[in-house]
Design a protein around this ligand. Sequence first.
Ligand SMILES: [Zn+2]
Ligand SMILES: [Zn+2]
Length: 124
Amino acid sequence: MVSVYPCEIHGSRIRGALEGIRITLLRGDDRYSRRLRVCPSDLTELLRTHSEEWIRVDDDGLATLDGLCTSCGTDENATRFSDQVFVYVWRRGQPQDEFYGALCYSCGERLRKDFALVKEEHRL
Ligand SMILES: [Zn+2]
Ligand SMILES: [Zn+2]
């Protein structure tokens, strides 16, 4: 069986089913988000690449962060904006996984551009 949709990272359909990841960036009242369908190996690679930046949320909830950007280590209190990122991962045969990061403005911008996150309009 070939997947109905192409993997949104490498661009082709695969044998077997795709997995999913949703990345949401919160910046003040703004919210940027995107869900991608990706093949298992690209998803593994993506999570590996961001393993320092995205901290797994366990049963105890969010880890206590030390006020530093989880990506570059900049003191985010010193920057004008600080961004929060929430990542949800759906893998075959596994419970949903959730990750969290606190980013400085420039790392937030990089993430938003890398994944082409789409601004969600406020609903009235
Ligand atoms: Zn792929
Ligand atoms: Zn940073």
